[in-house]
Design a protein around this ligand. Structure first.
Ligand code: PLP
Length: 198
């Protein structure tokens, strides 16, 4: 289980402090912030992109981040594949799934990810390593448990159906990371409990 320290909106100096305390893995959600902060910080740090990425921003961010948590359509994954080949990158991606089915604008549904994942697992440059979800905002993290469990079951089911096990489960934020870990998260995306309120 890895802790992704979500540093979006926080200045490079604060990230450098966390790095001095031993944290190496950081998450950003806006292309412009990546372009400003990542080159300004130690090359020892590792970066994951966690936001919705418009296809016209992919080329800029791809060389800066080792993984992308919010690949929310097959079209975007294919953009990644083409641009990664041109730029010489090998991005790891999580497919964002709306397991709660709450009619969000972005993300696969449980059905669409099962239907569409086959060709995505065969991509040469893009390595699909798992699934990611953001459950609906609720006051009690216990209410998110069923969505975390649903993502884990979906991940396992896809492994059985395709014969290619998916290791990654990106789930859990400041309010509910403990529950997500209990349900099998392999990476939690935690910002405000580490860095303060945004
Ligand atoms: C901002 C953000 C987080 C971190 O949220 P906190 O509540 O500050 O821990 C996690 N995941 C995504 C996708 C985010 O945009």
């Amino acid at each position: 289980m890895e802790l992704l320290a979500v540093s979006k909106t926080f200045p490079a100096e604060l990230i450098a402090e966390a790095a001095a305390a031993g944290q190496r893995l950081f998450g950003e959600s806006r292309a412009q912030e990546c372009l400003e902060k990542i080159p300004a910080l130690s090359p020892q740090l590792r970066w994951h992109f966690i936001g919705h990425l418009q296809s016209n921003k992919v080329r800029k961010v791809l060389p800066l981040c080792e993984a992308f948590h919010s690949v929310d359509s097959t079209a975007l994954a294919l953009d990644f594949e083409r641009i990664a080949a041109e730029e010489g990158c090998r991005p790891q991606v999580y497919l964002q799934v709306n397991v709660a089915g709450d009619g969000r604008k972005f993300g696969f549904t449980a059905d669409s990810v099962r239907r569409e994942i086959g060709p995505l697992l065969a991509l040469k440059r893009v390595e699909v390593i798992g699934l990611m979800t953001i459950p609906p905002l609720v006051a009690d993290p216990e209410l998110s448990r069923e969505h975390f469990a649903a993502l884990r079951e979906l991940r396992d089911r896809i492994g059985t159906e395709t014969g290619i096990p998916l290791p990654g489960l990106s789930m859990g934020m400041s309010a509910d990371f403990e529950t997500a870990i209990e349900e099998g998260a392999t990476v939690v995306r935690v910002g405000s409990v580490l860095f303060g309120a945004r």
